[in-house]
Design a protein. Sequence first.
Length: 305
Amino acid sequence: MSVGIEIRRATHDDYEGVKAFTETLWEDRGGDYIPEIYHDWLEDEDDDHKKTFLADAGDDVAGIVQAVMLSPDEAWFQGMRINPDYQRQGLSGRLNEACFDWARERGATVGRIMIFSWNAASLGAARKGGFEPATEFRFAHPEPDSGVAGPDAVSSDPATAWRYWTHSDAREHLNGLGFAPEETWAVRELTRDDFAAFADETAVFAVERENGTAAASYRVRTYDRENDDGGTVTWAEYGVGAWDDVDAARSLLAAIARDAAAVGADRTRVLIPETAAYVSDASYAGAEISEEPDFAFGIDLANGD
């Protein structure tokens, strides 16, 4: 067991210790992102909606994880890493419990995580830690293009988009989850107010036909990332893609492509349900799709001690 290892808040001074064991992780997958974003990733000391926990083994950093409040009752846990030299000592459980206690104190009734589908070890650890499967999704990557068009009209009405979302197969498959505006690479339950806010602050899309709405989406954010050549790539992220059929997918993805071009994006990412229909629809509609899905898991925090 992890006797003598202290669980405490991570600080900027811990960077070298975190880097020492994370920089060699997943080299066959392009490496771990934490060493690159660590200082920006950490919260300020007075930031009460986020906390990064570190397992301090004295001379080594034995593990790290971050907890974030996405809504008044939804917590998100991310960046769980255990130093290979300290595995099988119960550290992931201790770090999880630190996150759970912190989130419960702030009113969370549910906590969620996302795990890449290829990460078999983390999938097993999540289930051992009490997390249950919530949903799975993949990403479509339509190319930004100001001139592309689809067969259907597209409006920016948030009420229409919200109403479609509430009755869509996508919402049922995704358990109501979409990309959260509060944190990158995090999902939470979408609300009517979210769609109104997206319409005011970013963008909302509703594919409309004479017989009703056929698709919906929203832009959650744009951001810049440095590529391997040292240049900057601008990404536009769309929190969900929901549609009835291939033509609706074409219309929605075309609207997203135009929007991405309008905001100067080089790449896009649209979260779509991981189903044979949605993934093949996106491909048939001409969008690049990610090679593998991602899995979301959740844990009930309402009845914890």
